[in-house]
Ligand binder design. Structure first.
Ligand code: GAR
Length: 200
């Protein structure tokens, strides 16, 4: 069984979609063993506890990044996790954190990377006038929203879209994307060739 940790900072809808996909047997061979948040009041933590999962806050406010990341690394190592899924974890993680788990950290981002990295990707897409938006699940490397792409899903940007309607349309795809990406990673059928994550 591949042991998965989910890291989140907010409501945790991506976490919940992933947990539900795993529960329904759609992502074979894995289990969520730990949910961690840098915010004690993250809705996702409460939701995880309701599912009977181990869920803990390691508060980051006022704590130097290196120190906070060390606490996170220690908790993840203690839980013997094999893969880490960032799901709305709104903190940049340090190179030390990344090198402790090489190619074992995944992230979901609400844009078609490399377009619109960083905060409020949906707002950026709308502002830019993009006609297609979407989401990306990718491996995490030292640059923000930059690592090799596992998969992307697209949605149209409609003339009548507001930030909320576009974000909601992207979120529907996000909820499919993480489970699908994890299935690919766990299948053992894909390899990284340069930046390309392809079936070999
Ligand atoms: C999601 O839209 C996710 O893609 C985004 O935060 C939201 C979290 O929602 N992540 C980023 O922007 C990371 N750069 P959730 O808590 O409901 O899963």
């Amino acid at each position: 069984m591949t042991r998965i940790a989910v890291l989140l900072s907010g409501r945790g809808s991506n976490f919940l979609a992933l947990a539900e996909a795993i529960r329904r047997g759609l992502v074979p061979g894995c289990e969520i063993v730990l949910v961690l948040s840098n915010k004690a009041d993250a809705g996702g933590l409460e939701a995880a506890r309701k599912l009977g999962l181990e869920a803990r806050a390691i508060p980051s406010k006022g704590v130097p990044r290196a120190e906070h990341d060390q606490q996170m690394i220690a908790a993840l190592l203690a839980a013997k996790v094999d893969l880490i899924c960032l799901a709305g974890y709104m903190r940049i993680i340090s190179p030390e954190f990344i090198s402790a788990f090489p190619n074992q950290i995944l992230n979901i981002h609400p844009s078609l990377l490399p377009a619109f990295p960083g905060l409020d990707a949906q707002g950026q897409a709308l502002e830019y006038g993009a006609k297609i938006a979407g989401c990306t699940v990718h491996f995490v490397d030292e640059q923000v929203d930059h690592g090799a792409i596992i998969l992307q899903r697209q949605v149209p940007v409609l003339d009548e879209d507001t930030h909320d309607t576009l974000a909601a349309r992207i979120l529907v795809e996000e909820h499919q994307a993480y489970a699908e990406a994890l299935r690919r990673v766990l299948s053992g059928e894909y390899r990284l060739v340069g930046r390309r994550y392809i079936k070999v």
